[in-house]
Ligand binder design. Structure first.
Ligand code: E4P
Length: 214
């Protein structure tokens, strides 16, 4: 499974990218607003920093607007992916952009029928929101499993980006469920490196070594 970072914060993205663990980046309007910087400039800086798919989300809600925005986003950098909401207009835009050779990431997916529609429309990536489903007492990981089965059985080309990741367990469960990618917030990525036995194990290695070799 590949790891993307779910962020528009350039410092956080650089820190994680310098560790060699990132294969891409996802942003959304909320993450962009959190930074409050120029959206296009931020996307270009991210794409120049991380060598992989970079998702920039449209804010239009009509198909025509999404298509026009999508063409502009695609022109920002060769690695740009146009992020489109799972709506009827979004499917029309996904089909049109795909026919133009522009890669898409259909987001805000919460059900298997939505995933089927997005795959059928030609989405390059589809983003089921695990955390938000868990928030309402629905099993988000079960959806990832079902979507992966659907893709494998029917031979769709779309890749699953397990999104709305809240903690380490979501990363682990996304792996086991067959997600192609997990897009993980900075704070969750930082915690993924840590385990108490690693800390005590390293401490004891160094103590034992120092006793003999000084
Ligand atoms: C992915 O790109 C999504 O926009 C993101 O993971 C949503 O996460 P949230 O549910 O924490 O807002």
């Amino acid at each position: 499974m590949k790891l993307f970072i779910d962020s528009a914060n350039l410092d956080h993205i650089k820190e994680m990218n310098d560790l060699g663990i990132l294969s891409g980046v996802t942003t959304n309007p909320t993450l962009m607003a959190k930074e409050g910087k120029d959206v296009n400039q931020t996307l270009i800086q991210i794409a120049e920093m991380v060598d992989g798919p970079i998702s920039g989300e449209v804010i239009s809600v009509d198909a025509k607007g999404m298509i026009e925005e999508g063409k502009k986003i695609a022109k920002l950098h060769p690695n740009m992916i146009v992020k489109i909401p799972m709506t009827e207009a979004g499917m029309q835009a996904t089909k049109a952009l795909t026919e133009l050779g522009i890669k898409t990431n259909v987001t805000l997916i919460f059900s298997l029928p939505q995933a089927l529609l997005a795959c059928t429309a030609g989405a390059t990536f589809i983003s089921p929101f695990v955390g938000r489903l868990d928030d309402i007492g629905t099993d988000g990981i079960e959806l990832i499993e079902s979507i992966r089965d659907m893709i494998d059985v029917y031979g769709f080309d779309s890749e699953i980006i397990s999104a709305s990741i809240r903690h380490n367990e979501h990363i682990k469960a996304s792996i086991n469920a067959g997600a192609h990618i997990a897009t993980v917030p900075y704070e969750v990525l930082k915690k993924a490196f840590k385990h108490p036995l690693t800390d005590t194990g390293l401490e004891n290695f160094l103590k034992d070594y120092q006793k003999v070799y000084g």
